[in-house]
Ligand binder design. Structure first.
Ligand SMILES: Nc1nc2c(ncn2[C@@H]2O[C@H](COP(=O)(O)OP(=O)(O)OP(=O)(O)O)[C@@H](O)[C@H]2O)c(=O)[nH]1
Ligand SMILES: [Mg+2]
Length: 376
């Protein structure tokens, strides 16, 4: 079973959370001057929110990333009014924003079945156009998978994720000394002194086997896909789900969490990650933290501590390892600044990347030809 899922996950390429596509409405059909016949209008291009769809699937299925609707049917003696060309439909995942290249929002596809027209077909030729049809609109659009939060908390049950969110944000999630207190994501906003706000999603605890849909499984992991960065949270003293399940030290917990994400979708591990070592107020926490830090320096040397089939292919490198106590507030300010620093760094990199793409596009599209943009 584990093997099967590994083979399955190898199929994934890089995680895709935005996609740029070229869309063109179909041209209109020719009119028939002799009999005053009108050609059919060209088909339109629509983006349709569809269950179980991903941007990656669109990219794989349409590597050219071009969608053109069909041309309207010419007017003929047998059918004076030509039929409208067939629409092109782009089946896209639920939770995307569709924008033009310059950032104008064309639609938010938040519910299955919602659709937005992104390119209108041209008009069929008629008396008013001397029976000449017009071309469909053409342009580039962007599909962006909306993030539910900047940061997502990833940890086993009871690690103190909800307590941590309470300590650093305005959120008031449920906290209790039993596993699976949190059953759905709750978003907390963290305020900074310069008024910048960032969002953190408290997510249900992950358990071993989550990638095979155990526990909250996929429901949980799906949300992790929609955060910019990951905030791993472990209990410095380790974790045991039940007396019948093995005890996991903080180091093992980190690696098991990594492996669960890897087995679900290894691209998740491309996201920047920070590690929070919680419950530093507990006895012997300092010694345990030292041990954890040492193990994280050379994780490969400690792989014998992990079950054979749960050794990550690549150990994660955390941008920051921050010891905190959600209960006493120790380390919370430091954590807030580490989070901010990490997000700011990523934003700078994203802007640079975006500039590069735009420059490249500009060079490729010069001189500007007949590309038209729609006014709605
Ligand atoms: N001593 C100590 N206990 C803590 C700390 N943070 C959280 N706890 C306790 O750990 C237990 C679990 O805390 P939660 O915040 O509910 O943990 P969670 O990770 O959100 O758990 P799930 O929602 O079940 O995944 C509670 O009894 C908390 O009071 C801490 O810093 N120190
Ligand atoms: Mg919780």
């Amino acid at each position: 079973m584990v093997h099967l899922s590994r083979i399955y996950f190898r199929k994934y390429g890089k995680f895709v959370d935005n996609l740029r596509l070229f869309v063109r409405g179909g041209s209109g059909g020719m009119g028939l001057p002799r009999l005053g016949g009108r050609g059919g209008d060209g088909g339109d291009v629509w983006v349709v929110a569809t269950k179980d769809m991903t941007l990656k699937k669109i990219k794989d299925k349409y590597p050219e990333k071009r969608f053109t609707a069909e041309t309207g049917v010419n007017s003929s003696v047998r059918a004076l009014k030509g039929e409208k060309g067939k629409n092109a439909e782009i089946f896209a995942p639920v939770g995307i924003t569709v924008t033009t290249d310059d950032g104008r929002v064309l639609g938010e596809l938040n519910t299955e079945g919602v659709r937005v027209r992104v390119a209108k077909g041209g008009a069929g030729g008629s008396f008013h156009s001397r029976f000449e049809p017009t071309k469909g609109w053409s342009r580039h659009i962007r599909l962006d998978l909306k993030l539910i939060a900047d940061m997502g908390l990833v940890g086993f049950p009871n690690a103190g994720k909800s307590s941590l969110l309470t300590a650093i944000s305005n959120a008031k999630p449920e906290i209790a000394n039993y596993a699976f207190t949190t059953l759905r994501p709750e978003i907390g906003k963290v305020m900074y002194s310069d008024h910048k706000q960032i969002s953190i999603a408290d997510l249900p605890g992950l358990i071993e086997g989550a990638h095979m849909n155990k526990g909250m499984g996929h429901k949980f992991l799906k949300h992790v896909e929609r955060t910019k960065q990951l905030l791993f949270v472990v209990d410095v003293c380790g974790f045991q789900l039940a007396t019948s399940t093995p005890f996991r030290s903080a180091f093992v917990a980190v690696q098991l969490l990594t492996k669960e994400l890897e087995l679900y979708k290894k691209e998740l591990l491309l996201k920047p990650a920070l590690l929070v070592v919680n419950k530093m107020d507990l006895p012997e926490a300092d010694d345990k933290l030292e041990e954890l830090k040492e193990q994280l320096q050379n994780p490969g040397d400690f792989s014998a501590l992990l079950p054979d089939d749960m050794i990550p292919n690549r150990y994660l490198t955390f941008k920051h390892v921050v010891p905190v106590s959600a209960n006493t507030g120790f380390g919370v300010d430091l954590l807030k600044s580490c989070i901010r620093e990490s997000l700011d760094e990523e934003a700078v990199m994203a802007t640079k990347e975006d500039h590069k793409v735009r420059l490249k596009t500009l060079r490729l599209s010069l001189p500007v030809t007949e590309t038209q943009t729609m006014s709605v």
